[in-house]
Design a protein around this ligand. Structure first.
Ligand SMILES: [Zn+2]
Length: 101
């Protein structure tokens, strides 16, 4: 993911035999970004072997660190495709931290 500081933060899925403990690449990358002191995502690219979209949990976590209109690039390896969408399209009617105050 591209952060407001211009740096790219990457993540990988960390699978676990107990599925609920798996950490998705998106949340892993956010952890890298926050650890580096950044709080704002400006774009996301998700590269997979089959072009899947981020899971629902990651969509909400992404939304907490990004405006709804940021581009989300979905890259599939086989067949090779690149599709642009947005966080709003993936998570319509989302809420963010401003609505929790
Ligand atoms: Zn996820």
């Amino acid at each position: 993911m591209l952060a407001a500081d211009g740096q790219i933060y990457t993540g990988v899925n960390i699978e676990n035999a107990s599925y609920g403990l798996t950490v998705c690449a998106e949340r892993n990358a956010i952890g890298q970004m926050v650890g580096a002191g950044q709080q704002q995502i400006t774009a996301v690219a998700v590269a997979t072997n089959n072009g899947v979209t981020p899971c629902g949990a990651c969509r909400q976590v992404l939304r907490e660190f990004a405006s709804a209109d940021i581009p989300v690039w979905l890259i599939s390896e086989d067949p090779y495709t690149v599709r642009q969408t947005s966080l709003h399209q993936l998570l319509p009617d989302s809420f963010d931290q401003t609505q929790l105050q």
